[in-house]
Design a binder for this molecule. Structure first.
Ligand SMILES: [Zn+2]
Length: 125
């Protein structure tokens, strides 16, 4: 009978070599918990930062649009207010125009480079 392969395994958290069951990933429960908490908090941090940027962008679009159905502004105005153009939630093509959304507010680029801001939300999976 062939011998079972002995693989050198190291703890995902502290990188000490580990022995025992082949599906073991950590040298101890302490390391397992530490590694898990680390990953969870990293994601929580990223999520919080991105949400903050998205919310700030949405607030800017909401403020500019006010009670109007749509309005046209320059890119300068948006950026001047602190809008971060690369943070958005989704886009939608309407005819030849592509609308970039931050949740329920969005804009598309006009032919002259200005931006048409709209409020619209259709949820489709
Ligand atoms: Zn360890």
């Amino acid at each position: 009978m062939p011998k079972a392969k002995v693989l050198k395994r190291t703890c995902l958290n502290c990188e000490k070599s580990i022995s025992g069951r082949s599906d073991k990933k950590y040298c101890s429960d302490v390391c397992k918990n530490e590694h898990h908490n680390q990953n969870t908090s990293d994601f929580a941090y990223i999520e919080k930062r991105i949400k903050k940027k998205l919310k700030a962008n949405r607030d800017i679009l909401k403020e500019i649009l006010g009670q109007q159905n749509s309005c046209v502004v320059s890119m300068h105005l948006l950026v001047g207010k602190g809008y971060e153009i690369n943070y958005m939630t989704h886009y939608k093509d309407v005819g030849k125009k592509r609308y970039y959304y931050v949740f329920d507010y969005g804009f598309c680029e006009e032919n002259n480079g200005d931006l048409k801001i709209v409020k619209a939300f259709e949820w489709r999976e």
